[in-house]
Unconditional design. Sequence first.
Length: 203
Amino acid sequence: MLLKRAFDIAVSAAALLILSPLLAALAVAIVIDTGLPVFFTQERVGRAFHLFRLRKLRTMAAAAEGPLITAPGDIRVTRVGRFLRASKLDELPQLWNVICGEMSLVGPRPELSCFVELFRESYVPVLELRPGMTDVASLRYRREERALGGSTDPVDEYVQHILPEKIALAREYVRTRSFFGDLGILLRTFGAILAPRTPTKVR
């Protein structure tokens, strides 16, 4: 959709320009807290199963290793990182992924290849589209780390229960997507980010 692509570029470029002072301030906060690097990049699966480098502000210790899934209380997450994750500001560098054509503002969230391969057939229609910064699954699982907090094996919980539902939501998006539907998801995303947070019980 040419309209969708033009909208993605225009909004992302404007957002990067407007938010550049905030991004600079966040970069300084990360450096003061834990030093360089400021950005974290990770290989994800994009449109037509092509791999790309997803960008985020770094929220974990620079040399951190461990599980692919982050649960509440993960000691790898830095002080500034906790704030960035809670506010979703760590996702802002993905606006550059959008401008580069690797992502869209709205679309199925990109996954790691190890998870995609577990459900490759289910991902075939999903990856006909560019992955997005936000989608219905992002809204439903906005507090995903909390949802995983009660599990003794967060990776297994993610693969067995959360990821299949995310894929189902992504496939439904593929079937019903529209420009105005995307606008609605964007508005709901902004509302979720700006809404006051209330304590959530860990299951």
